[in-house]
Design a protein around this ligand. Structure first.
Ligand SMILES: Nc1nc2c(c(=O)[nH]1)N[C@H]1C(S)=C(S)[C@@H](COP(=O)(O)O)O[C@H]1N2
Ligand SMILES: [Mo]
Length: 378
């Protein structure tokens, strides 16, 4: 067993998120959230290997230098926990099961490493391209036991991995530096547009197979259960019938002003509203964010902030389709003690946020309108 960060034990792993007001202060997230189902292993990059096996012509065992010798790609994308905004579902609709994430279980980072596709092609697939839709690529980390399984695992459809535009990476670097231990060093999967649960950290095995990963976190977690599955017992029969979350839905949240805060209007009676927006799956980038202060009767277009404006130099040519979008709006608001502000995002494919999605037991994929409530406007 490799040395692990046992200050965070298996029963109490590191799970933390930054406040949204801080998160939206930079386009590239410097200090992102941590989501762990077990202790953080500290691996020796010079000894670490990942195996590629299953429906491949040749099993491979790749070192970190082998991964570095493949063509390197960079992608700026949001990595988001499927449980992001669970607190809102819990408080707005009904109690749900899971960590009480607010709106900060997401980070927008620049990830660098070889494409999963190139690594799979090096092994050679034992499948023809018409079989890609029914096959899966399973990722595993056997480095530390997790709370609900002996190892951590996930899978994505093989078609996603092989899509030349999907940018699924075996990431070695994050924001221009090697991956830190807490984010999966020396190598993690990054699945742009897909729930963070599939971006397996401390990756040690890739398997091409006809079934999804058999891991607990693919089979018994991270699924949008129907409302009748409203307890652990009632959920039991549903896990096998409901698909595992892959693409995340279009979303936006308000970071400024905060709920229950006091804001002063400018000379023109306006208040500044700021937040982030996320496209649905592969349907980015964000095309529009609107803000309303009258319960959705009138909507004002927010200004979408470019990556350059946020002080990102040298980002030219880096695809922003998978990235989040920071936005701001100045909106006229009458003086009042309890204003509710909403935000609503639409992506390039036309997916628009809903007022409030249906309740689900695990409180995942919440994408109701962004909301700041009880704002005192003076
Ligand atoms: N090995 C391993 N990979 C993992 C996890 C984990 O607990 N163990 N958590 C997953 C989940 S649910 C999320 S949301 C992201 C969180 O990544 P981060 O901790 O780098 O933010 O990692 C995913 N990959
Ligand atoms: Mo997650």
């Amino acid at each position: 067993m490799p040395h692990s960060d046992y200050s965070y034990t298996g029963s109490e792993p590191l799970n933390e998120e930054p406040p949204v007001s801080e998160l939206i202060s930079t386009f590239i997230t410097k200090k992102g959230y941590d989501r762990n189902h077990g202790p953080i292993p500290h691996l020796d990059a010079s000894k670490h290997r990942i195996s590629i096996t299953g429906l491949v012509k040749q099993d491979l065992s790749l070192s970190i230098s082998d991964l570095k010798s493949l063509p390197q790609h960079s992608v700026i994308c949001a990595l988001q926990c499927a449980g992001n905004r669970r607190h809102t579902m819990r408080t707005k609709l009904k109690e749900v099961s899971g960590i009480d994430w607010f709106d900060g279980a997401v980070m927008n980072c620049k990830w660098t490493g070889p494409l999963l596709r190139d690594a799979l092609e090096k092994a050679g697939l034992e499948l023809s391209s018409d079989q890609y839709d029914s096959a899966h690529v399973a990722f595993a980390c056997h480095q530390t036991p997790c709370q609900d399984d002996e190892w951590y695992g996930a899978s994505i459809p093989l078609s996603r991995a092989m899509d030349t535009k999907s940018s699924v990476l075996l990431a070695l670097g994050m924001n221009g530096a090697p991956l830190p231990a807490n984010h999966g060093a020396p190598v993690r999967v990054v699945t742009p547009g897909v729930a963070g649960a599939r971006s397996v950290k401390w990756l040690d095995k890739i398997t091409v197979q006809m079934e999804e990963s058999e891991n607990f976190y693919q089979q018994h977690d991270y699924k949008i259960l129907p409302p009748e599955a409203d307890s652990k017992e009632n959920a039991e029969g549903w896990w096998g019938k409901v698909p595992a979350i892959q693409d995340m839905p279009v979303n936006s949240v308000i970071g400024v002003p905060k709920s229950e805060s006091k804001v002063t209007r400018d000379g023109e009676g306006r208040v500044e509203v700021k937040g982030y927006a996320l496209p649905s799956g592969a349907d980015g980038p964000i095309a529009k964010v609107e803000v309303s202060v009258d319960g959705g009767k009138a909507w004002t277009d927010a200004e979408l902030l470019g990556a350059e404006e946020e002080g990102q130099e040298g980002q030219e040519g880096v695809e922003l389709k998978w990235a989040w979008c920071l936005w701001k709006a100045k909106i006229e608001v009458p003086k009042s003690k309890n204003v509710t502000i909403w935000s609503r995002a639409t992506d390039t494919a036309g997916n628009t946020q809903v007022r409030c999605p249906e309740w689900n037991f695990r409180g995942v994929a919440y994408n109701g309108y962004g909301e700041a409530t009880d704002v005192e406007v003076v």
